[in-house]
Design a protein around this ligand. Structure first.
Ligand SMILES: *[C@@H]1O[C@H](CO)[C@@H](O)[C@H](O)[C@H]1NC(C)=O
Ligand SMILES: *[C@@H]1O[C@H](CO)[C@@H](O)[C@H](O)[C@H]1NC(C)=O
Length: 559
C-alpha cells in the first residue's frame, strides 16, 4: 500500500520537474487524519506553472509583472514554500515520500526567490507609493518566516543528526532583513498625524488620500517586523544621508524593537476609528480630505470624503496584522475582528455560512446569479472580473486576499511568555473552529477556479465562470458591468482621475500608479473562453489560483 503511494508520489515529483501534467492520487488516509493528496498535487502544479511559465531565472523576476505585483509574487512563492515544507513533512512521516525529493523542489523555488532578491527593482520601488513599499517588506519577512520554520523542522534538532548547522536558506536572512527594514522605514514616513488625526497617506505625489490598503499594509508589516525581523546591522547607504540622517547613521537595528509594535497598534487604532467600513462590514477604499489646499497649512482637516469602492484585497491584508496583534498582546479581540471581516467577505460573495450553500443555487437559477458586493453564487470576485476589464493591479487582488486569509488561519503556535497557556489554548481552539467553518466555501471556490484552467494549467481571472458551465460562453461574454456603489471611483482599474480631488496639478496628465504592462488582447472581442478577455491569463491570475488552492489545503488540514 505504502509502496504504491510512494511510487505515485515519486511520479508526481518527477512530473513536476519534467513539466508534465502530474498524476492525481486520491485521498490518502494517514492515521486518523486524512491528507487530500490530489489537492496538494494541484497546489504544487499551480506553483510549477507559475514559475515555469512566468519566472525567468536569468533576470531573477517575472518579467511581465510590474514592481508591486512582482513583490506580491515573491510573497506568494514564500507562502507556497511554507505549505510545501509542511505538506511534504506530513507525507514523509507516512513513509510515502523521500526527503531528498521534497528538498530538491523546495530548493528550486527558494533559489528562485533568492534570485528575485537581486531581480527586484528596489531603486524604482523606493520612489513609488507607500503601499508599493510595504508589499516589499511583507514579502521578505514571509521568506524569512518560511526559511526559519523549514530550518527548525529539518536541520536544527534530533539526536541522530550531526551538530546543527541550520538550513542554508537562513544564510540569506541578512539580505532579506535589510531589504525589509529599509522599506519599512521608507514607508513609515507616510504616517501622518496632521490630517485626520493619524493614518498612512497613500502616495506622496498626489493629493492626500488615506486608504485602506496602505493602512492595512502598515499594520501587517509593522507586526511582522516586530515578530519576524531578525535584526540588521547593515549600514549600506540605501538611504541617502540628507534624506533620513538618523537612519543613515544608525547601524544597529535589533529584532523585536517596540517601535514596530507601537506603530502597529497606532495604525490599528486609527483604522478602527476611521469609519472606513460600509454597511456590509466591508472596507471601502479610502478617504479624501475636503477643503485640502496644496501649499496651505491644512492641519486638523478631516478625512470626510469617502470613496465607496470595494475591492477584495482591502478585506484581506489586515488579517495578517490581526493575527499578529493577538500574538503580540494576547487579546482575542483581534482574532474576533478578523473572523468578522472574513464572514462579511464570504457573505458578500453570496454564500450562507450557516447552511454552507450559495444564496442562489447556480444549478437551478433561471437567471445569471446576482452580485452581492464581492462576488456571486458564493464565489469571490472583484467587480472587474465579469467584464474582463481588470487591470494588472486588480488581477493580483484575490490572491492577496487568499494569502492573508491563510496566514490568519494557519495554526497559532507562537505564544508570548506572558500568556497563560490554558487561556491561550482556548483562544486557539475557538480560532481554529471558526476557520474550519470556511472550508466548504473555499472548496466551492476551488471547484469553480479549477475549471478556469486552460490546457497549460493556467488559471483564469474570473473564477465564477468555472462554476457557471451551463451558461454558454456567449452569455458569460455579455455579462458585463457590475453596479458600482454610489460615490465609488474604480481608480485601480480605470486610473487615477485627473481632478483636484486626486492630483495636485490636474492639468498635467496623471501617470501615477498607472504603470501597467500594455494589454495584448482586444478587450471586447467575444471569445470562446471568457477568461481570455482583457489581460487574459497572467502571472497575477496564476498566483490567485495558487493562493486559493493553498488556502483550502491549509484549512482542510485543520483538526
Ligand atoms: C489518533 O490516533 C492515535 C493512534 O491511533 C491516537 O493515540 C490519538 O489519540 C488519535 N487522535 C485523535 C485526535 O483521534
Ligand atoms: C461614516 O461614513 C459614512 C459614509 O461616508 C457616513 O454616512 C457616516 O456619517 C460616517 N459616520 C461617522 C460616524 O462619521
Amino acid at each position: 500500500m505504502f509502496v504504491r503511494w510512494g511510487v505515485t508520489l515519486l511520479a508526481l515529483a518527477v512530473a513536476v520537474n519534467a513539466a508534465a501534467v502530474p498524476p492525481r492520487p486520491q485521498v490518502l488516509l494517514v492515521g486518523n487524519s486524512s491528507l487530500d493528496t490530489e489537492l496538494f498535487g494541484d497546489t504544487l502544479d499551480a506553483l510549477r506553472v507559475m514559475q515555469n511559465e512566468y519566472f525567468e531565472s536569468w533576470i531573477g523576476t517575472w518579467p511581465t509583472a510590474i514592481d508591486w505585483t512582482a513583490a506580491v509574487m515573491g510573497t506568494q512563492v514564500a507562502g507556497a514554500l511554507y505549505s510545501l515544507s509542511e505538506g511534504f513533512e506530513a507525507l514523509r512521516t507516512s513513509h510515502i515520500y523521500e526527503f531528498s525529493m521534497s528538498e530538491n523542489l523546495i530548493s528550486l523555488y527558494f533559489t528562485q526567490l533568492v534570485s528575485f532578491y537581486f531581480g527586484q527593482d528596489a531603486l524604482s520601488l523606493r520612489a513609488q507609493a507607500y503601499d508599493d513599499m510595504l508589499w516589499v517588506v511583507l514579502g521578505w519577512l514571509d521568506a524569512i518566516k518560511f526559511a526559519k520554520d523549514h530550518s527548525k523542522a529539518h536541520f536544527e534538532a534530533g539526536p541522530s543528526q550531526r551538530p546543527a548547522q541550520g538550513w542554508y536558506g537562513t544564510t540569506w536572512f541578512p539580505a532579506f532583513a535589510h531589504r525589509a527594514r529599509i522599506f519599512w522605514h521608507l514607508a513609515s514616513v507616510g504616517w501622518d498625524t496632521k490630517l485626520c488625526g493619524g493614518g498612512m497617506n497613500w502616495n506622496p505625489r498626489l493629493m492626500p488620500y488615506k486608504n485602506a490598503i496602505t493602512n492595512e499594509l502598515y499594520i501587517s508589516a509593522s507586526t511582522a517586523m516586530y515578530l519576524h525581523f531578525p535584526g540588521d546591522d547593515n549600514s549600506s547607504p540605501f538611504i541617502a544621508k540628507g534624506e533620513e540622517p538618523e537612519l543613515a547613521l544608525n547601524t544597529n537595528w535589533p529584532p523585536h524593537d517596540p517601535k514596530y509594535r507601537i506603530a502597529a497598534l497606532d495604525g490599528h487604532r486609527w483604522l478602527q476609528s476611521s469609519n472606513m467600513t460600509n454597511r456590509q462590514g466591508l472596507y471601502v477604499d479610502g478617504f479624501h480630505i475636503s477643503g485640502y489646499k496644496p501649499g496651505d497649512d491644512n492641519s486638523g482637516k478631516k478625512c470626510d470624503e469617502r470613496d465607496e469602492m470595494v475591492y477584495t484585497y482591502n478585506q484581506g491584508v489586515l488579517l495578517t496584522g490581526l493575527r499578529h496583534l493577538y500574538t503580540i498582546t494576547g487579546e482575542p479581540k483581534y482574532l474576533e475582528e478578523g473572523q468578522q471581516l472574513i464572514r462579511s467577505t464570504i457573505r458578500a460573495t453570496g454564500w450562507n455560512i450557516e447552511s454552507n450553500l450559495p444564496f442562489e443555487n447556480p444549478a437551478t437559477a433561471k437567471s445569471f446569479p446576482p452580485w452581492h458586493g464581492l462576488g456571486r453564487a458564493g464565489v469571490l470576485e472583484d467587480a472587474c472580473d465579469a467584464s474582463g476589464t481588470c487591470s494588472q493591479d486588480a488581477q493580483t487582488f484575490k490572491g492577496i486576499w487568499m494569502h492573508h486569509f491563510t496566514t490568519f488561519c494557519i495554526p497559532l503556535v507562537e505564544r508570548l511568555a506572558t500568556m497563560t497557556p490554558g487561556v491561550h489554548t482556548r483562544h486557539v481552539n475557538s480560532h481554529i473552529a471558526s476557520c474550519k467553518e470556511y472550508e466548504a466555501w473555499l472548496r466551492h471556490n476551488v471547484n469553480a477556479a479549477r475549471n478556469t484552467k486552460d490546457r497549460d494549467g493556467k488559471f483564469g481571472m474570473w473564477w465564477t465562470a468555472g462554476l457557471l458551465r451551463d451558461v454558454t460562453a456567449f452569455d458569460l461574454n455579455v455579462v458585463t458591468d457590475v453596479p458600482k456603489p454610489d460615490g465609488a471611483t474604480d481608480y485601480r482599474n480605470e486610473g487615477v482621475p485627473n481632478t483636484h480631488l486626486w492630483v495636485l496639478t490636474p492639468t498635467v496628465s496623471s501617470s501615477e500608479d498607472r504603470k501597467q504592462r500594455p494589454m495584448t488582447r482586444k478587450r471586447d472581442a467575444l471569445v470562446s473562453d471568457v477568461n481570455d478577455r482583457g489581460r487574459g491569463r497572467t502571472v497575477e491570475t496564476q498566483s490567485g489560483g495558487l493562493a486559493l488552492l493553498r488556502a483550502l489545503w491549509e484549512i482542510s488540514r485543520l483538526p
